[in-house]
Design a protein around this ligand. Structure first.
Ligand SMILES: [Zn+2]
Length: 245
């Protein structure tokens, strides 16, 4: 039996299939990542083929059958196509990185509304705000790491439990996490943060406080997040979008 489902969804990617169809990966509000097939989507008369474009937020109707790998998508209506993102290369770069994280690191049929809402919010901000795209991306990246279950938030040394904000340097080891400068002496250290930079990493998810960042600091924070996920998730090998643009 298949059920008819209506859900909001982001278009993550699409591939040609056969003579006239497309296979599309969506990130849906109701079911998380879903792979679907749209028959006839490549015909010039196909309205749905035009609406279903990478990054767009759409409302789709599909026939869901759990035994099937590809769900049949019968309808799609446009909710947003983020015109300001698509006309700005810097915004395209970071929006593509957001989409790539979701495509690579979420599971099929695993609904996650907080994550879905977080994507809606960050793409809206990227579309309409003046805020630096790299800052919005760093904020999203930290939120994303926490939502997929690898929280890195830490106020205390993993070894002696002293408060990290009081440490001369904050040191990081993949196995042990964050350490104060004296505990770090006895361990292999992969990253060193100045107290300012460490506080800025924490500040990325602080809604009440605004910190200021320069591009260099943000790039090193993003590199840290990338290495962190590459270490913890075997099949993850980093974001291509960040190298492509
Ligand atoms: Zn310590």
């Amino acid at each position: 039996m298949s059920k008819i489902i209506k859900s909001k969804a982001f278009v993550l990617n699409k591939l040609d299939f056969g003579d006239s169809s497309k296979i599309v990966n969506f990130y849906s509000e109701e079911f998380g990542r879903v792979a679907g097939i749209i028959k006839g989507a490549r015909s010039s008369k196909s309205k749905i083929g035009k609406v279903v474009d990478v990054l767009n937020l759409v409302e789709i109707i599909f026939y869901k059958k759990d035994s099937r790998d590809l769900q049949i998508v019968s309808q799609a209506d446009l909710i947003s196509h983020y015109p300001n993102i698509k006309s700005d290369l810097e915004k395209v770069k970071y929006a593509s990185a957001i989409i790539e994280l979701v495509l690579k690191l979420t599971r099929e049929n695993d609904a996650h509304k907080r994550l879905f809402n977080g994507i809606v919010k960050i793409l809206n901000r990227l579309d309409i705000e003046e805020t630096e795209p790299i800052l919005l991306f760093a904020m999203f990246y930290k939120f994303f790491i926490e939502e997929i279950g690898y929280g890195i938030e830490s106020e205390h040394c993993s070894h002696c439990n002293s408060e990290l904000s009081l440490s001369k340097e904050v040191l990081y080891n993949y196995e042990l996490g964050f350490m104060c400068s004296s505990c770090g002496k006895d361990h292999l250290v992969t990253y060193k943060f100045s107290p300012e930079l460490f506080n800025k990493v924490i500040c990325l998810s602080n809604r009440k406080k605004k910190c200021s960042y320069d591009a260099e600091e943000l790039r090193s924070i993003i590199t840290f997040f990338e290495k962190f996920l590459i270490y913890h998730i075997d099949e993850y090998n980093g974001l291509k979008s960040l190298q492509m643009y």
